[in-house]
Design a protein around this ligand. Structure first.
Ligand SMILES: Nc1ncnc2c1ncn2[C@@H]1O[C@H](COP(=O)(O)OP(=O)(O)O)[C@@H](O)[C@H]1O
Ligand SMILES: [Mg+2]
Length: 322
């Protein structure tokens, strides 16, 4: 079963006689236990997309299914979903953690007894039990965020929507949130994680969808995306500068050279030709270059990878024909 399925979501905002196409075309699927990172620069449309998936705003076009049901037609479906939205309005500040968990648990369809039990277990798990009677406004930002997670999980949802869950947290609280995300996914919950923090997406996600100006530019398993863009770039550092004959020969066979001492080879088949040219000079080091997600992200956002967009489109069209 698919925990979340969104198809071709669109949303326009009208403001001061102007229209903003916040979301133009967003489609995605998340299976139970999977973490999908929804990555994109500020203003890309991440929050607007997540609000449509959470049933908080109505899409102009497209549809959402949570555990197979339509949240905009059948609000009971929302009981399968929990959300931690951007900012700090996920919990009531004047209430205590215990009161928040009971209130939201009942709102999501639990009996008061179930809400109390489940809430207590979560407070224990999140190391908040000793704060259960302290008004939320007196807790640290990290504790408030952990409580927001507990509230989102109190009814044991199948899908958890997280909008920038580590924004504004200190290093320690960020680490705690990361551990939570991993644990929650391991327990079988599907997670949609929006973030503009690339390192977090790289560490936590199984798949990454990159959003820009309301459209998904590319979507792929996280490791595959990194592998695909890491290409096979080798960097060979020489001990001394290369002579003119070798420089000319290396250029001829397609290697790139920097400062007459560093050779870049983008094609692995070329690597041994390059070694032949360099023989018998001393090498300082040979390394395979591994770009991090930051470089990949910038490249995709700059270039827009139309090829992948085409691929995505054609699979969607195929899906429609079926
Ligand atoms: N309530 C709103 N009214 C008008 N414009 C909005 C509203 N919410 C968001 N926008 C605009 O929609 C675009 C996408 O915003 P948002 O979904 O918040 O992006 P992200 O979460 O990726 O930063 C932005 O240009 C933003 O200014
Ligand atoms: Mg946002």
């Amino acid at each position: 079963m698919k925990a979340l399925e969104a198809y071709s979501l669109k949303k326009m905002y009208r403001q001061h006689h102007q229209t903003v196409e916040a979301v133009k075309d967003v489609s995605l699927v998340i299976l139970p236990g999977e973490v999908l990172a929804f990555l994109g620069p500020n203003g890309a449309g991440k929050t607007t997309s997540i609000k449509m998936m959470a049933g908080l705003i109505q899409p102009d076009a497209g549809w959402v299914r949570i555990a197979g049901g339509n949240p905009h037609r059948n609000p009971a479906v929302l009981q399968r979903m929990g959300a931690v939205l951007e900012g700090n309005r996920n919990v009531y500040w004047r209430l205590t953690p215990e009161e928040n968990l009971e209130y939201f648990g009942v709102l999501k369809g639990l009996s008061i007894r179930e809400a109390r039990q489940s809430g207590r277990a979560l407070l224990e798990r999140f190391n908040l039990l000793h704060k259960r009677h302290t008004p939320v406004q007196q807790l640290s930002r990290g504790m408030q965020q952990k409580l927001a997670f507990a509230v989102a999980l109190v009814h044991r949802p199948l899908l958890l929507l997280l909008d920038e869950p580590t924004l504004g947290l200190d290093v320690e609280a960020t680490e705690e949130v990361k551990v939570l995300v991993r644990e929650i996914a391991a327990s079988g919950c599907a997670i949609l994680l929006t973030t503009h923090q690339l390192a977090i997406a790289e560490e936590l996600s199984d798949r990454i969808a990159i959003l820009q100006k309301g459209e998904i530019l590319t979507e792929s398993p996280t490791q595959e995306l990194i592998r695909q863009f890491s290409g096979t770039n080798y960097k060979i550092e020489m001990e001394t500068a290369l002579d003119q004959a070798r420089l000319a020969e290396l250029k001829r066979i397609g290697a790139a050279i920097e400062n007459e001492t560093v050779v870049y080879v983008s094609n692995p088949e070329l690597l041994y030709h390059v070694f032949n040219v360099l023989k018998p000079l001393s090498l300082n080091c040979v390394a395979k270059e591994q770009p991090d997600l930051t470089q990949i992200f910038l490249q995709i956002v700059r270039e827009g990878t139309p090829h992948q967009k085409e691929l995505l489109r054609s699979t969607e069209e195929d899906a429609l024909k079926v």
